[in-house]
Design a protein around this ligand. Structure first.
Ligand SMILES: O=c1ccn([C@H]2C[C@H](O)[C@@H](COP(=O)(O)OP(=O)(O)OP(=O)(O)O)O2)c(=O)[nH]1
Length: 149
């Protein structure tokens, strides 16, 4: 397995280092850095700090922050931005925009695992303007055009 070295800094002594829960995990857990429990009412949003900053090795790497499926399916707690994109030149604190899409308030405990961090390869494209694009069988068909919706 190829690994990439990702430096991290704990911005607070209570912050937790990113950790893979199992040997085959694709993403490392991110934990909430909170002074006290944080209750989100239904549809309420909050930017939850982690106390963690990272240094990706270069622009060929991106860190993607994903929701935890258990929290979302059991409590409706998910990420307000869908997926967080951590740029390779970002050195600030990782923060998780959360939203409670459930019908009940949900209380995030200090130190609770709230999201997961996936390190992935990425390209910066050379965007080239063109008058015509290569044709394909699909063409402009999308949004259920293959009849599977
Ligand atoms: O869930 C997230 C998403 C982003 N970030 C940090 C890292 C990222 O590199 C930076 C900027 O994120 P993004 O580009 O998504 O934000 P923006 O709203 O487009 O602001 P900016 O103008 O700073 O790019 O914020 C997080 O900590 N958590």
């Amino acid at each position: 397995m190829e690994t990439k070295t990702v430096k991290y800094k704990l911005l607070d002594p209570r912050a937790k280092a990113p950790a893979y829960a199992t040997a085959g995990a694709a993403a490392a857990d991110l934990c909430a850095l909170l002074d006290e429990p944080l209750t989100l009412a239904p549809m309420q949003r909050a930017l939850v700090p982690t106390g963690l900053a990272i240094e990706l090795p270069g622009p060929e790497c991106v860190a993607l922050v994903y929701a935890r499926s258990g929290l979302s399916i059991k409590h409706g707690l998910t990420m307000a931005n869908g997926v967080g994109v951590i740029d390779s030149d970002y050195r600030g604190e990782l923060r998780v925009p959360m939203v409670n899409l459930g019908t009940e308030p949900y209380t995030i405990a200090p130190g609770e695992r709230i999201a997961q961090l996936c390190i992935a390869p990425v390209w910066q494209a050379a965007f080239v303007q063109a008058d015509a694009l290569n044709d394909t069988d699909r063409g402009a068909g999308g949004f259920g055009s293959t009849g599977r919706l």
